[in-house]
Design a protein around this ligand. Structure first.
Ligand code: PEP
Ligand code: MN
Length: 343
């Protein structure tokens, strides 16, 4: 109703029944309706009442209150309020989220069978659980290599057969959905398409999990709204990927917003992984940023690995060598052990 405000008051796990009763008293004083739901972990109180009167009260200052969240938050379904437990997304044989860590690696683009297989074999041996490699490339220049198309998808399927790794590819055009679904285990939306709402809605209606990269200039709320477009159409297998944002800084290709990891985890139940390759744009920054992602609690990380970066048709300067990936995976395992969350 116009003039009304809807809020969800999320109580702390240790809140008492007196804390809840106190809030209900204040709500009846302002003639607001309340709906109390007692979850296994914590109690949540939904409120509907006159906007001004509801907003006047400092709910988060009440004893036992963890936070007060407007119900009309645009990204309702992907929010923590909607689902408090972490989502776990199955990508072929790999699980992502809820304590399942996903190392994703491979070449930026599929260039040839030899190049793809050399990269896939190396990342599989080093412990990657999902292969990346694109058949459709979104290039800044229309004259640059655009990817091998269906031939690239066939090579990726052959690599999955050979090395047992599920794979993901980027999609650029909604008209390619059926083709990509026929081959890939996960579909990725790149940074340039995060706000392509028609594409997102279509991806909400197909059966593969979707990795949604953060738009170059997108705020976290806009990114979660984009995820909501996919989720609300019925596809609940969405993974977020922080890949750097555009800032005034020119020392890196983009600025990796590492704080997005804990922020997204507090706002959403969706898994979040980090792509240090596309954010840094430089090989020597990839390992330190990947380690930061792990230390920060990301559910995985995705890196470009190329057997011969100097001959790469796309993104050579940021691709790491197979031996560098192996060393990085050793570091990542040690870090995960130290954090008490072994991989
Ligand atoms: C990619 O992962 O290959 C890619 C094109 O990334 P982004 O969309 O983040 O630029
Ligand atoms: Mn790339």
């Amino acid at each position: 109703m116009v003039g009304d405000e809807s809020l969800i008051i999320v109580m702390r796990a240790e809140a008492t029944s007196d804390d809840v009763a106190h809030i209900l008293d204040r709500l009846s004083e302002i003639d607001a309706e309340a709906h109390v739901s007692e979850g296994a972990q914590r109690t949540v109180i939904g409120i509907i009442g006159d906007r001004i009167r509801v907003q006047q009260l400092p709910w988060e200052a009440f004893p036992g209150v963890e936070r007060a969240v407007p119900v009309l938050k645009p990204f309702k379904f992907v929010s923590r309020e909607f689902q408090s437990e972490d989502s776990v997304v199955a990508v072929g044989t790999a699980l992502v989220g809820g304590g399942n860590f996903a190392p994703i690696a491979g070449p930026c683009a599929v260039e040839s069978r030899d190049q793809l297989f050399a990269s896939a074999e190396a990342v599989m041996k080093a412990g990657a659980t999902i292969l990346r490699g694109d058949a459709f490339k979104p290039r800044t220049s229309p004259y640059s290599f655009q990817g091998l198309g269906e031939e690239g998808l066939e090579l990726l399927a052959a690599a999955r057969e050979e090395f047992g790794l599920p794979f993901q590819v980027e999609i650029l055009d909604p008209r390619d959905i059926d083709l990509v679904v026929a081959y890939a285990d996960m579909i990725r939306v790149g940074t340039r398409n995060m706000s392509n709402y028609a594409l997102l809605s279509e991806l909400g209606k197909q059966p593969r999990p979707v990795m949604l990269k953060r738009g170059l200039t997108a705020r976290i709320e806009e990114w979660l709204n984009a995820a909501e477009y996919i989720f609300k159409e019925g596809n609940h297998n969405v993974i977020l990927c922080e890949r750097g944002i555009r800032t005034f800084e020119t020392a890196t290709r983009n600025t990796l917003d590492i704080s997005a990891v804990p922020v997204v985890k507090s706002l959403s139940h969706l898994p979040i992984i980090v792509d240090p390759s596309h954010s840094a744009g430089r090989r020597e920054l990839v390992a330190p940023l990947a380690r930061a992602a792990v230390a920060c609690g990301a559910d995985g990380f995705m890196v470009d690995v190329h057997p011969s970066p100097e001959t790469a048709l796309v993104d050579g300067p940021q691709a790491i060598l197979p031996a560098e990936y192996e060393a990085l995976m050793d570091d990542v395992r040690a870090l995960a052990d130290a954090m008490g969350t072994p991989i």
